[in-house]
Design a protein. Structure first.
Length: 86
């Protein structure tokens, strides 16, 4: 009977050991997947940040151009007013 108990105990220990190893592998796979997601998210965030900075620079350039064009229009208006026939 002791041999049978010992045999059942060994079988159960092996099954538990196998299940623990499976759990470790699944946990490792999950960790790797989360790491990939994290890295992908960081890359996406950096891409969005770079695109936002480019868009801001473009908007600043358009604003500067708009200011120059407004000044040119004002100057042209003054020139037209100066030479306007009365």
């Amino acid at each position: 009977m002791t041999g049978l108990v010992r045999s059942v105990s060994d079988v159960m220990r092996n099954k538990v050991s196998i299940e623990v190893e499976k759990g470790i592998l699944v946990t490792e796979e999950a960790r790797e997947a989360f790491t990939e997601i994290k890295l992908g998210s960081m890359d996406s965030f950096q891409h969005v940040t770079a695109a936002s900075q480019e868009q801001i620079a473009s908007m600043e350039e358009m604003n500067s151009t708009s200011i120059v064009l407004t000044k040119m229009a004002e100057n042209m208006h003054h020139v037209v007013e100066r030479f306007k026939l009365k």
